[in-house]
Unconditional design. Sequence first.
Length: 135
Amino acid sequence: GHKIIKAGINKTIIDIYLEIKNKSDVDVRIKSYLLDLKVNGILVSNASNNNASLELKANSKSTIVLTAEFSPISIVKSGFSADLIKGFIVDKSQLMVSVDGNVSIVGNTVPINLPIHTSMPLSEMVVGSTQQQKC
């Protein structure tokens, strides 16, 4: 899911909610993350936290919030085609938003880096979908 904090041509801020399921029998803690937010493969923002401290209980799910801040006008200047710009206005289902990167977790002793990938059409985000992607 998501929550639009601020939307403007020069600055947009979106909180993206990722549901993470801990399928192990061990409690773990998210130590850090570095994730890229892309629209149709074009990087628009990244989210990172080197001091994260989110506990994930064994055999349960938790939600982490990533804040993405970007400038739509800069994105347009950096390579969005006219078709992609039209997608923002007319047909948001043609635009795919993806989050890719790594999350570092600590279990009993050893830190582990896990890859993250999730994506959904922009239309599902904009209409206020409460859908949460599983990572």
